[in-house]
Design a protein around this ligand. Structure first.
Ligand code: SF4
Ligand code: SF4
Length: 147
């Protein structure tokens, strides 16, 4: 896999866009659509099962989540169709700083980017990319849970 290819898969802050729930061409989206298809009509069975398993009463809520996961519409952090719900300065300021990733920026780690746990994870991702390189980081994180 080429460096350029890896760079388009990762967001500026270091998240894996291609494995994101909101990604328009993601596996979560396509698998959710497949599961929704396979479960078509299961509402009736869920109702029957709810007699002995009360959590099945929440089945309609599960379907709402599943439907949501079939609706991913973000083209990724570097696309013209960026629809990321995360408040992130890097989405725009990386252009001004002429960098692909935060760790490459002369302001890194700037004070304005994220707070609390989100900031900790941003620092972990970027420090790791700096340490082992973007391509190795991509391969390493792809073996871990996205969330
Ligand atoms: S830019 Fe889009 S695909 Fe990437 S992490 Fe944000 S919502 Fe997900
Ligand atoms: S200023 Fe901060 S958020 Fe923006 S690219 Fe640099 S390190 Fe990232």
């Amino acid at each position: 896999m080429m460096n350029d290819e890896v760079r388009t898969k990762l967001s500026v802050c270091g998240l894996d866009c291609t494995r994101c729930v909101d990604y328009e061409n993601g596996e979560i989206k396509s698998l959710s659509a497949r599961l929704a298809d396979l479960l078509s009509g299961y509402e009736r069975v869920a109702k029957l099962k709810s007699v002995n398993n009360p959590f099945f009463k929440e089945y309609p809520l599960f379907l709402e989540f599943l439907h949501h996961f079939t609706q991913g519409s973000c083209g990724g952090c570097r696309s013209d169709n960026l629809r990321c719900p995360i408040e992130c300065n890097a989405k725009t300021c990386h252009r001004q700083h002429r960098v692909d990733f935060c760790f490459e920026c002369k302001e890194y780690p700037c004070d304005t980017q994220f707070e609390g746990k989100t900031r900790e994870r941003w620092l972990e991702r970027n420090n790791r990319m700096k340490e082992i390189g973007v391509k190795n980081y991509y391969l390493e994180q792809s073996k871990l849970s996205r969330y």
